[in-house]
Design a protein around this ligand. Structure first.
Ligand SMILES: Nc1nc2c(ncn2[C@@H]2O[C@H](COP(=O)(O)OP(=O)(O)O)[C@@H](O)[C@H]2O)c(=O)[nH]1
Ligand SMILES: [Mg+2]
Length: 265
């Protein structure tokens, strides 16, 4: 059985993926448990799928899935819902978060955490940021908006989050936001399900080549957070003593966010 499955959403990542796969597989091989990398090709047109398919065999297998619905959130959702691993999560194709943190991820999950969230706001995080002033101001405002939805996590946008599989299914099955703000919906749903979230420090580098446009994706992310807040209204954040998620009824609502799972047509 695969213990840890790392989903990598990929939209035109043929150039960045080869190095990422080498480093990620090496880090996973060190964990000493069966792991897998699942790359979800999100309708790329630069040969991303071919790059993944030609990865050499090794102790950590690489799986390729296809998602025809555009959006990082839908790509991650495709990989998470297709996973049969005990723990599943995701990281970015540029490996902005150093995979050395995977050891801590596994330790916390094995210790009973429902989700482990990489956070650049953690006091022990090392963050090398080269973002524009516009993006940095936007990020501060965004964190303020997100606080209305997610209370127990101080930073939601670091692309490095891992879950026990039942928790992952519960929060990803009803996911409606496919854009860059999907993390907010995922964490908002996890909190409302009473999941025990653990924030961990990360070593994070701002890798050039970001697809996030502060103007185009920025305002869309604010709109998305407002929509998420509306969608999750009335569902109180869980009480201080978390309810074990495994005992809660699973009520998947896949309307609006169904992603095609499968190999590239
Ligand atoms: N599936 C999917 N993934 C995307 C899309 N845009 C970006 N990504 C992925 O999201 C991750 C982070 O993207 P990146 O461009 O580095 O944005 P950053 O968060 O600003 O660094 C990478 O794995 C990208 O391949 C998209 O439209 N669809
Ligand atoms: Mg990046």
């Amino acid at each position: 059985m695969v213990v840890l499955d790392v989903v990598v959403p990929a939209y035109n990542e043929a150039l960045r993926l080869p190095d990422t796969l080498i480093l990620l597989r090496a880090a996973l091989a060190e964990l000493g448990v069966p792991c897998r990398v699942t790359v979800v090709d999100n309708a790329s047109n630069d040969g991303t799928g071919e790059v993944v398919a030609s990865a050499p065999p090794g102790p950590v297998p690489v799986r390729l899935l296809w998602c025809g619905e555009p959006g990082k959130g839908f790509a991650v959702r495709t990989g998470v819902l297709a996973s049969d691993a005990r723990y599943v999560g995701f990281c970015d194709a540029d490996l902005a978060t150093a995979p050395a943190a995977l050891g801590q991820v596994l330790a916390f999950l094995a210790d009973g955490a429902d989700a482990v969230v990489g956070s650049r706001a953690h006091p022990e995080s090392v963050v090398e940021e080269r973002h524009s002033v516009l993006r940095r101001w936007g990020a501060v405002a965004f964190r303020g908006a997100v606080r209305q939805v997610v209370r127990g996590v101080s930073e939601t946008q670091c692309g490095f989050k891992f879950f026990r599989s039942d928790v992952a299914r519960r929060v990803f099955a009803p996911l409606r936001c496919g854009g860059f703000a999907f993390d907010v919906e995922v964490l908002g749903r996890a909190e409302r399900a009473g999941a025990r979230l653990v924030e961990i420090p990360v070593s994070w580098v701002d890798v050039p080549g970001s697809r996030f446009s502060p103007v185009r994706h920025g305002w869309q992310s604010f709109v998305d957070v407002a929509k998420i807040q509306w969608r999750l209204r009335g569902a109180d954040v869980a009480p201080a003593t978390p309810v074990p998620v495994a005992t809660l009824p699973v009520t998947p609502d896949v309307t609006g966010g169904t992603a095609a799972v499968g190999m590239r047509p």
